[in-house]
Design a protein around this ligand. Structure first.
Ligand SMILES: N[C@@H](CCC[C@H](NC(=O)CCC(=O)O)C(=O)O)C(=O)O
Length: 405
C-alpha cells in the first residue's frame, strides 16, 4: 500500500494469564491494523506465519501468501479450520478503530444485539478478520484437541477464482490439504450457514461507432444500447430456492459499468459487468445457460460470444469469473454434532450461505464443510463494517468446546 511503512508488523503472543477476551481483542486489533486488500496480503501473511511458527507445536508451511499449520497427532478424525486474509478494497474505513459504547458510528442493529460493548469498526471487521483472530487464538490455546487440526489462512478469496490462495495451494500441494470435515470461518454471526450460492461474473458488451458528439449522426452510441441491458436487469425478480431444507436467495446485478473515451466523443463500446448468484440446485453450466443460452460458448479467457438465449439473448458476452455452488451437506456426523452445539449455545438453526465461499472447494474435494464465523454477513463489504467483541468470544467458546476432548 502506497505510503505505508515497510517494517514487519507483528501479532503478539497470547499470555497464559490474560483472559480470552483480552487476547482476542488484541489479536483482532493487530490484524485489523494490517492492510490486506487482495494483492496486498503479504505483510499480514508474514505476521500470521511468524505467530503460528512461534507456538512451536505446529508444522507451519507456506505457499505464496497462504499459511497452513498442522497439528497432527493421529487422533483419528481430521478437521480443517480455514479463513481468508484478504479484504475487499477499503472505502474510507481504514485504519480501523475501536468504538466505545455510545459512539454514533456503532450501528443500531449492533448496539441492540450487543448493548454496552465496544465494537471494532473498519474494513475486514466481519469479512473476515474477526474469525481469523479466533482461529489464531485457537491455534495458540488449544493444547489437546479431540481431532487432528489444520489451520489455513489464505490470500485472494475476494477476487477471481484463478487467484484464490486455497485453490493455488491445493493445485500446488494436493497432499497438504485433506481431512474429514472443514469449517470455513466466513461471517455467520456464530450460526451455521450451509453450502453456498454459486457465482458467475461476465461483461455484457455493446458496440457502436465513435464520432464527434456534435455530429452524432456520424456514429452509433454504445452507451445508449446498454439501456436495454439495464432494463432486463431491472425487470429481473430475485428468486428464493429451497435446497435440502435451506432457502437460498438468488440475484442478478450489474456491479460495474464502463464506456466512453471522451466527453465529446460518441462511445463505441460499453460494458456492463453482471454478477449472477445462483442456488445450489444449479450447476455452473445451467447457470450460464440461464444468462446466455446453451450454445453461447462463452468461456473464461476466450473473448466475446453472442448470447444465443437466456436473459441476455442477442448481446455479446465476455466471461470473467465462475465458481460453482455447494449444496448444504448438513448430514455428515461432524456437521450434525457441531450444528447441535451451535443451536444449544446460540439458539440458531442452520441457514443458507448467500455469498460464495470455499465450502464449494471442499465439497469438490469430497470433504464436508460448513460456514461458521464471527461477525454479521449482512455487514460484509459495507463501509461501516463492524463486529462486537462478544461475537469473537462466543465463536472461540463454541469451537473450543467442540474441538476439545
Ligand atoms: N471468485 C469469486 C469470489 C467471491 C467471494 C466472495 N465471498 C464472500 O464475500 C463471502 C462472504 C459471505 O457471504 O459470508 C463473494 O461471494 O463475493 C468472485 O470473484 O466473485
Amino acid at each position: 500500500m502506497a505510503g505505508m511503512a515497510n517494517e514487519q508488523q507483528m501479532i503478539d503472543p497470547v499470555d497464559p494469564d490474560e483472559t480470552a477476551q483480552a487476547a482476542l481483542s488484541r489479536i483482532f486489533a493487530q490484524i485489523m491494523g494490517m492492510y490486506s486488500v487482495s494483492d496486498d496480503e503479504g505483510p499480514l501473511a508474514d505476521a500470521v506465519e511468524i505467530f503460528l511458527d512461534s507456538l512451536g507445536r505446529l508444522r507451519v508451511r507456506r505457499h505464496g501468501d497462504t499459511v497452513i499449520a498442522d497439528d497432527i497427532a493421529g487422533r483419528g478424525q481430521h478437521v480443517v479450520l480455514a479463513g481468508h486474509l484478504d479484504t475487499v478494497p477499503v472505502a474510507d474505513n481504514f485504519p480501523p478503530r475501536w468504538l466505545e459504547p455510545g459512539d454514533p458510528l456503532i450501528r443500531e442493529d449492533i448496539a441492540q444485539e450487543h448493548p454496552g460493548e465496544r465494537v471494532m469498526w473498519g474494513r475486514g471487521a466481519t469479512d473476515m478478520k474477526a474469525s481469523d483472530a479466533v482461529l489464531l487464538y485457537l491455534a495458540a490455546t488449544l493444547r489437546e484437541p479431540k481431532y487432528d487440526l489444520t489451520y489455513i489462512l489464505y490470500d485472494h478469496e475476494e477476487v477471481s477464482a484463478d487467484k484464490n490462495g486455497l485453490r493455488r495451494l491445493i493445485e500446488a500441494h494436493p497432499d497438504w490439504v485433506g481431512g474429514d470435515f472443514a469449517i470455513i470461518a466466513e461471517p455467520t454471526s456464530c450460526g451455521i450457514e450451509g453450502g453456498c450460492n454459486g457465482t458467475i461474473r461476465f461483461d455484457v458488451v455493446t458496440h457502436g461507432v465513435a464520432a464527434h458528439s456534435a455530429r452524432a449522426w456520424m456514429g452509433d452510441n454504445a452507451i445508449h444500447k446498454a439501456a436495454e441491458v439495464l432494463d432486463r436487469l431491472q425487470a429481473y425478480e430475485p428468486q428464493d430456492v429451497l435446497v435440502d431444507g435451506l432457502t437460498y436467495r438468488e440475484g442478478v446485478n450489474a456491479t460495474l459499468i464502463s464506456g466512453g473515451t471522451g466527453t465529446n466523443v460518441i462511445p463505441d463500446e460499453c460494458r456492463v459487468h453482471v454478477n449472477y448468484r445462483f442456488a445450489p440446485d444449479k450447476t455452473l453450466e445451467q447457470a450460464k445457460a440461464l444468462m446466455m443460452g446453451q450454445e453461447c460458448g462463452a468461456q473464461l479467457g476466450n473473448g466475446e460470444h453472442k448470447a444465443t438465449g437466456g436473459m441476455f439473448a442477442g448481446f455479446d458476452i465476455e466471461m470473467r469469473d465462475e465458481s460453482p455452488s455447494a449444496r448444504p451437506g448438513m448430514d455428515s456426523p461432524l456437521t450434525t454434532s457441531l450444528a447441535a452445539l451451535v443451536k444449544e449455545r446460540t439458539g440458531r438453526d442452520p441457514q443458507a450461505k448467500f455469498g460464495w465461499t470455499d465450502v464449494a472447494r471442499f465439497a469438490q474435494l469430497g470433504i464436508p464443510a460448513v460456514n461458521l464465523g464471527a461477525g454479521s454477513a449482512l455487514l460484509a463489504h459495507k463501509r461501516d463494517e463492524q463486529a462486537a467483541i462478544s461475537d469473537l468470544t462466543l465463536l472461540a467458546d463454541i469451537l473450543q468446546e467442540w474441538l476439545s476432548a
